[in-house]
Design a protein around this ligand. Structure first.
Ligand SMILES: [Zn+2]
Length: 382
């Protein structure tokens, strides 16, 4: 068996592409060597990634390079003090998060920048076993640099097609409106998304609603979501992270979601959680985002087990690695380390991400088969 990489600092060892060294202690009666060799690598687990924002997907090194090229000054949180320490629990904390986000977004100024972000998001996802990525973008901020909303979206879609062909991760796009802007702007974006609706990589497959959940009135965005739904797009708004189960209920009522960005706080009301389960809404759970924004004090407090035990379909996502310092595999690692999920349960999470995705039926079938292969490929036990 070949040792592919060995990183003593993190005590991680990837063996023959497929297994990683366990970081937990060996149970009694099991030799440490045997225990070390039997963990499947979650990076090799085939999965879909359904919650990743365009700007937030950026590598910190890329933001630094773009800032330098465009003569922008970056806050320390992106230079000497990365990743930033955040809190979203009060207005001030969210304002700081938003300001950092804006300063990263301000470094994205050209078509090449847009293309690079898509390409690197696909490369980084490919390295983490993500075979289907739905990248969430609000083209509004980039439109002025490339001649309007339509060119901004078309550049992203074109690069999504190109990256899908080269990386092994198929990249589709979710167009997301902002709660901070007027609902009429959301309708404009929904019409734009509808014109580019399609199936498969390089098309728009969903319509979202992002930004501070406490701002704006959710029901006022219903018209935009109806436009998107008529074009066959999935409804994938954020709800149930900064606000609790009541807001999940409001989103269910007015936006008819196929998935909810986060939705974790549905767990606070059994009736709302039952509705989530009954309506087969996939929850895009992003543990490191929840902790970074102060929604839960630690990763172990994220109610992953509660959601799963209630029968909710969960798809783990990274949300904004640039701000939170962790990508997709870290979310699966947390499920294993902090919640004690078995390989079968991790495989079920991956299946949840695939089933909850907007991937074409044939792609879903292929990926589900690949999950079975990951699980069926028995690890070495001695
Ligand atoms: Zn998000």
């Amino acid at each position: 068996m070949l040792v592919k990489t060995l990183d003593m600092h993190h005590s991680v060892c990837v063996v023959a592409h497929r297994y990683a060294i366990r970081r937990s202690a060996a149970p009694e009666g099991v030799s440490r060597y045997t225990w070390l060799m039997v963990e499947r690598s979650v990076a090799e687990l085939p999965k879909a990634h359904l919650h990743l924002h365009f700007t937030g997907s950026m590598r910190v090194s890329t933001v630094r390079e773009m800032a330098q090229r465009h003569g922008m000054r970056l806050p320390h949180a992106f230079t000497t003090d990365w990743p930033p320490r955040l809190s979203g629990q009060d207005e001030r904390g969210w304002f700081r998060f938003q300001r950092l986000y804006d300063s990263a977004r301000a470094c994205v100024r050209t078509e090449d920048d847009l293309r690079r972000i898509v390409r690197e998001a696909a490369e980084d996802d490919a390295a983490e076993g993500s075979r289907w990525l739905e990248l969430q973008v609000d083209p509004t901020s980039y439109a002025p640099y490339v001649g309007g909303l339509t060119p901004a979206l078309e550049i992203v879609l074109d690069e999504a097609r190109a990256a899908s062909a080269t990386t092994g991760t198929q990249v589709a796009v979710v167009v997301a409106a902002s709660r901070m802007r007027h609902p009429l702007e959301a309708r404009t974006l929904a019409r734009l998304a509808a014109r580019h609706a399609g199936e498969g990589a390089g098309t728009v497959v969903g319509f979202g609603l992002s930004n501070d959940e406490r701002r704006g009135t959710t029901s006022e965005f219903a018209a935009a979501f109806r436009i998107a739904a008529r074009a066959g797009l999935s409804s994938v708004p954020h709800a149930g992270e900064l606000l609790g189960a009541d807001h999940v209920d409001v989103a269910l009522e007015h936006l008819v979601p196929d998935r909810l960005g986060h939705g974790v706080r549905a767990v606070e009301d059994p009736a709302v959680l039952r509705r989530v389960v009954q309506e087969q809404v996939t929850l895009e759970v992003c543990p490191t985002s929840n902790v970074a924004l102060g929604v839960y004090p630690t990763l172990a407090d994220v109610p992953l087990r509660g959601l799963l035990e209630a029968g909710a379909r969960v798809a783990l996502g990274a949300d904004d690695p640039l701000l939170f310092g962790h990508r997709l595999v870290a979310q699966y690692d947390s499920a294993r380390q902090d919640h004690g999920l078995t390989d079968e349960q991790l495989a079920e999470l991956a299946r949840g991400s695939i089933r909850g995705s907007s991937a074409p039926v044939a792609v879903k079938a292929e990926l589900l088969g690949a999950v079975d292969a990951w699980l069926g490929d028995r690890p070495v036990t001695g």
